[in-house]
Write a protein that binds this ligand. Sequence first.
Ligand code: AMP
Length: 115
Amino acid sequence: MAETIFSQIIRRELPADIVYEDDEVIAFRDINPQAPVHVLIIPREEIATVNDIKPEQAELIGKMVLAAQKIAAEEGIAEDGFRLVINCNRHGCQEVFHVHLHLIGGRQLRGLSSS
Ligand code: AMP
């Protein structure tokens, strides 16, 4: 797969506001936030889209969700709630082809029927 801008963030070649990292996952604030809290959680491993996730990567994807849970608590939005989104390909409006989980919160979000 072609490398994306997120690989440069992982290698610290591009600045990012990193809020969490461990051996497998890294999370940083979205450069164009859609809400007071908008963090992208990505695997260090390059996976282009949800379509490319393999069964043996299920634990890794679970760790991304657990990282989101931890960040939401740290950001103080866990109780009020938040949204986790992974966009896939054209109809999903995916722009960066390195799987990423959007953690969005800090304000009342609209229902999905309005998106
Ligand atoms: P998606 O449309 O799901 O592929 O989302 C890509 C997200 O990456 C968008 O919300 C962008 O604002 C965000 N983004 C792109 N470049 C950067 C960057 N250098 N640092 C942080 N976020 C970025």
